[in-house]
Design a protein around this ligand. Structure first.
Ligand code: NAD
Length: 246
């Protein structure tokens, strides 16, 4: 069975940016597979309210077994995959003197290795249809002075490198790959884990002088996930209030 609507996989879809992106895509008529460690019930309800189908997959995106589980779900429930938004990530602020190798590896696995693992799940389905959109979430911190984030910045700079390399390898299959970099934002995780004074300080430095919200990267992701961006690939767009210019 192959469904008629486009199908998007969104990782980290239970809350924050991932939830807002899922709802934004659903409003454009796209079915959603919400992958998260946590249940994505709230996201699925909002997707269905928007009029498309939502399916949750509770899974760790950094676990290599998730690749096969996700591909099997896509083949069985939809028969296709058109869009992947690699959004799941963690951003623990820890001074380098206290970052041990276990934390370093955990951050690389969840923020970077997971993007490779999810790409492996969707690539065969996108190649079948000769159309695909992959959007990887990075961070404007790769170009900023932010203490306590060297492990995180390394992972997010890796995302930009992966985006560039992958864009080259999959272009012949009609697949584009781009990255979007938010600023420190008032998402669910941002409110819980980023010091409010850091978010305020960045907001003052941005040219658009207000903190980012969970909605502020949705439009950029929708553009890169749609037909209108067909000639854009390998790029990183900072959707960050004009702070970092590439
Ligand atoms: N919020 C910010 O200030 C900010 C700024 C720049 C970049 N980002 C990036 O945006 C992305 C989303 O951030 P957010 O603020 O919405 O985060 P969030 O904490 O609000 O949501 C992240 C979601 O990812 C899920 N997740 C975490 N690890 C996972 C794993 N191993 N497997 C599956 N799911 C997992 C969590 O359960 C959660 O639902 C991240 O990649 C983050 O690095 C965020």
């Amino acid at each position: 069975m192959t469904t008629t609507r486009k199908v998007a996989v969104i990782t980290g879809a239970a809350q924050g940016f991932g939830q807002s992106i899922s709802i934004g895509l659903a409003k454009r008529g796209v079915d959603i597979v919400a992958v998260d460690l946590a249940a994505s019930d709230e996201t699925i309800r909002a997707v269905e309210d928007a009029g498309t189908r939502g399916v949750g997959l509770i899974a760790d995106v950094s676990d290599p077994d998730t690749t096969g589980r996700l591909e099997a779900l896509l083949r069985k429930d939809f028969g296709r995959c058109d869009i992947l938004v690699n959004n799941a990530g963690i951003y623990p602020n820890v001074p380098i003197t206290q970052v041990d190798y276990a934390l370093w590896q955990r951050v690389q696995r969840i923020n970077l290795d997971s993007q490779f693992l999810m790409v492996k799940a969707v690539l065969p389905l996108m190649m079948d249809r000769k159309w695909g959109r992959i959007v990887n979430i990075t961070s404007n911190s790769v170009a900023l002075v932010v203490p306590g984030l060297s492990h995180y910045i390394a992972s997010k700079a890796g995302v930009i490198g992966f985006t560039r390399g992958l864009a080259t390898d999959v272009a012949e299959y009609g697949i584009t790959v781009n990255a979007v970099g938010p600023t420190a934002s008032l998402t669910t995780g941002g409110k819980a884990h980023i010091k409010p004074e850091h978010i305020e300080e960045l907001a003052r430095t941005q040219v658009i002088k207000r903190p980012g919200t969970a909605e502020d990267i949705v439009g950029t992701v929708l553009f890169l996930a749609g037909d209108d961006s067909a000639f854009v690939t390998g790029q990183t767009i900072m959707a960050d209030g004009g702070l970092v210019r590439l």
